[in-house]
Write a protein that binds this ligand. Structure first.
Ligand code: ZN
Length: 279
């Protein structure tokens, strides 16, 4: 059957080829793609091209965008969707705004007693409901390592979370998943972290303490770990890893372990990897 969608897609891909040298450079720069097979790489390459056709990247002064850096961003945006059906998972927003540095944005929170608190906080990214995604360029440039940080994946996880309303840590689950199992895994880990931080605000938690902020941040931060430090996440919260593996339909831990088995020098210990804190 002739399909307008497939035809358009083919035309875009034909008009915007990614040459092999450029793809090779992307693979070199983003270790979190190591171990993807040829079929996965080809799919990622095509979806990154389509992503850049569908989303507008607005760079503020101080951000130098090139075809190559646009591709680096798009590839990381599409990594979480690699094994999800080709649906419009990033629907509802069209623009990604790139700031030259971290930015201050006004925060507002109504507490349980109804008092509204307002303050300014420094951020490296934001995802607005029905609005753009904002990313600080240094955070984008630092993403792609096996270090538990990935600003691109973090903010786009918020967008997946928002597919069914406000960001609340519960994205739309697949038919073979169960909300109770998801909630139980996430809540237990979230409560565990919060208990640890209540007892000692300086506690060195197994994953970035920012995850304990609220359920939406928990999902975004654990998504970052899932793709960039799956061993740390699986060790700290195996049930969370299992739920994310069902959601993203990927197993980055198996991929990382295979890389480590094939190459003893491959990053393996936490100490080898600088774990920065999140914004
Ligand atoms: Zn966040």
């Amino acid at each position: 059957m002739w399909s307008l969608h497939a035809w358009r897609r083919k035309r875009i891909l034909a008009r915007h080829p990614v040459d092999s040298a450029q793809w090779h450079a992307v693979m070199q720069q983003l270790p979190i793609l190591d171990g993807l097979d040829d079929v996965e790489q080809q799919r990622l390459r095509e979806r990154a091209v389509l992503f850049l056709q569908h989303k507008h990247l607005s760079a503020l002064p101080g951000v130098e965008l090139t075809d190559y850096t646009r591709l680096l961003l798009a590839v990381q945006a599409e990594l979480p969707l690699l094994h999800l059906a080709d649906l419009n998972w990033y629907q509802g927003f069209h623009e990604i705004v790139l700031y030259p540095d971290d930015f201050v944005s006004p925060q507002r929170h109504r507490d349980a007693s109804g008092v509204v608190h307002e303050w300014d906080a420094a951020h490296s990214g934001e995802a607005w409901l029905q609005g753009p995604v904002i990313l600080a360029w240094p955070g984008v440039q630092a993403s792609g390592q096996w270090d538990g940080n990935n600003l691109v994946i973090h903010e786009l996880a918020h967008k997946l979370d928002m597919l069914n309303g406000d960001a609340n840590g519960l994205p739309p689950l697949h038919g073979n998943m169960h909300v109770e199992e998801w909630s139980k895994a996430m809540q237990n880990a979230f409560d565990h972290m919060n208990a640890e931080l209540d007892a000692n605000p300086q506690a060195k938690t197994a994953i970035d303490a920012y995850a304990a902020e609220n359920p939406a941040e928990f999902f975004a931060v654990t998504s970052e770990y899932f793709f960039s430090a799956p061993d740390l996440l699986a060790q700290a919260f195996p049930a969370v890893y299992a739920q994310l593996s069902l959601f993203y339909r990927q197993d980055p831990l198996a991929r990382l372990q295979q890389l480590q088995a094939n190459n003893l020098a491959y990053p393996r210990k936490t100490e080898d990897r600088p774990l920065a804190t999140n914004g």
